[in-house]
Design a protein around this ligand. Structure first.
Ligand code: HAM
Length: 411
């Protein structure tokens, strides 16, 4: 038997319905904040993703050559593609641009719960606004979006300048290593790296920096940094808006294009793969032949949100099953049309089952049976049976439709 590729998933209807319900809630929040949907190709020129994504992502890419000999890659993320599109299509559009997307990405990672080779991101990019209020808007939107899914999470906000300032004399490769150690709170590894560099005294400052919840303390440790005012303003806006977050100045992010504020969301009830959101301020446009426009965005790991929500994400349609005889089928079609016009999911027997068999099938698959026997067909009424309570009554078609509509979801 053929199986799906490793790290991919099939989604059955129940799961798709649950996913779409959450997706639409995210779309609705994006709409309210003015973020309009864009769509980019599933694959791009390889170069788009190798320019500034960072080693980690480059090693995980699905790369292939097409029949014309072009080197292409399945997108491992969407930000670079959105910025490429901005330069190709919308460079002269009035700024800022508020865009969002819901799309799949591909990374050749070791699959486990919450980590897949094909996964979906719901993301936003705010392009062309270079201010504290712009950064704050994106973080507020991140918080609003995670709230709307119902997931329980912690939002961590940091800024790359603090650690970068402390490590300004350290060569880039080692800087990256230290940033990762701080991000993972691997203090033993950190001390070892600093010992090897003969800079053990940096350990204390770095450890205090990543632990502090106090911005003033952080500024005291690193001394004057040019971004200070913007950072204070952004954090001030978040506090004024009552956003729940904690400070984490050790956030490193896995992608290399970030330049300023960075933030991540973590689900309370997930294990190793608990990061459900990542984003920050970045600059990419100038690398792709555009102006050096400032941008800020984030992506929600949609699949991880669904894992975190588990069964609570399930919402079920109310289902009406039309039960009829071969003689009453034409009337049954009319009745089905009336139910569907009222927005009710309505199913008819297609297997020539007998009356009794139709009823027992309906008991397994529906919430209501709408019975149309000879008597009902003659009177123009229907018998509506609530399959949860067993209660049944013969009423007009309008009353039956209204009764099912009023019953709400039985999920
Ligand atoms: P990222 O942190 O690489 O950022 O990915 C965003 C989110 O996608 C992660 O926080 C995680 O929830 C989810 N994710 C990543 N890899 C996997 C996987 N293998 N399986 C399931 N979920 C996964 C970005 O991609 C940036 N483009 C975000 C951004 C947008 N920054 C600025 N704008």
């Amino acid at each position: 038997m053929l199986q799906k590729p490793r790290g991919t998933r099939d989604f059955l209807p129940d799961e798709m319905e649950a996913r779409r319900a959450v997706e639409w809630r995210l779309r609705e929040v994006a709409r309210r904040w003015g973020y309009r949907e864009v769509c980019t190709p599933e694959f791009e020129d390889l170069e788009l993703f190798t320019m500034r994504s960072g080693e980690g992502i480059i090693n995980e890419m699905y790369v292939f050559e097409d029949k014309g000999g072009r080197k292409l890659a399945l997108r491992p993320e969407i930000t670079a593609a959105v910025i490429r599109m901005y330069i190709n299509e919308a460079k002269v559009a009035p700024k800022p641009l508020r865009w969002c997307y819901y799309a799949d990405c591909f990374r050749y990672e070791r699959p486990q719960k919450g980590r897949y080779r094909q996964f979906w991101q719901f993301g936003v990019e705010l392009i062309g606004a270079d201010s504290a209020i712009a950064d704050a808007e994106v973080i507020m939107l991140a918080s609003d979006m995670l709230d709307t899914t119902g997931v329980r999470y912690e939002l961590k906000v940091g800024h790359l300048s603090f650690v970068k300032t402390l490590l300004k004399d350290v060569e880039p490769e080692t800087q990256r290593k230290i940033r990762q150690q701080l991000d993972k709170k691997d203090f033993e590894g950190l001390e070892q790296t600093l010992d090897e560099m003969k800079k053990p005294d940096l350990a204390e400052s770095l450890k205090t920096l990543v632990a502090t919840q106090n911005l003033s303390e952080a500024f005291e440790i690193v001394g004057a940094i040019p971004e200070r005012e913007r950072i204070e303003q952004t954090i001030g806006y978040l506090d004024a808006a009552g956003i729940m977050y904690s400070l984490n100045l050790g956030i490193a992010r896995g992608l290399d294009y970030y330049t300023g504020i960075v933030f991540e969301g973590f689900a309370d009830n997930l294990g190793a793969e608990n990061q459900i959101l990542g984003g920050g301020v970045y600059r990419l446009a100038h690398l792709f032949g555009g102006d050096d426009v400032a941008s800020c965005g984030f992506a929600i790991g949609f699949d991880r949100v669904m894992v975190s929500l588990g069964e609570t994400a399930r919402t079920k349609d109310t289902v009406a099953a039309i039960v009829c005889t071969p003689e009453t089928r034409n009337r049954a079609l009319e009745v089905a049309r009336a139910f569907r016009s009222a927005g009710i999911r309505t199913e008819m027997d297609l297997m020539d089952r007998g009356f009794g068999q139709q009823l027992s099938h309906a008991a397994k698959t529906a919430d209501f049976a709408v019975i149309i026997g000879q008597r009902e067909a003659a009177s123009g009424e229907v018998t509506l049976k609530d399959l949860h309570t067993g209660e049944q009554k013969t009423v007009t078609l309008d009353a039956a439709v209204a009764g099912v509509v009023a019953s709400g979801s039985r999920g």
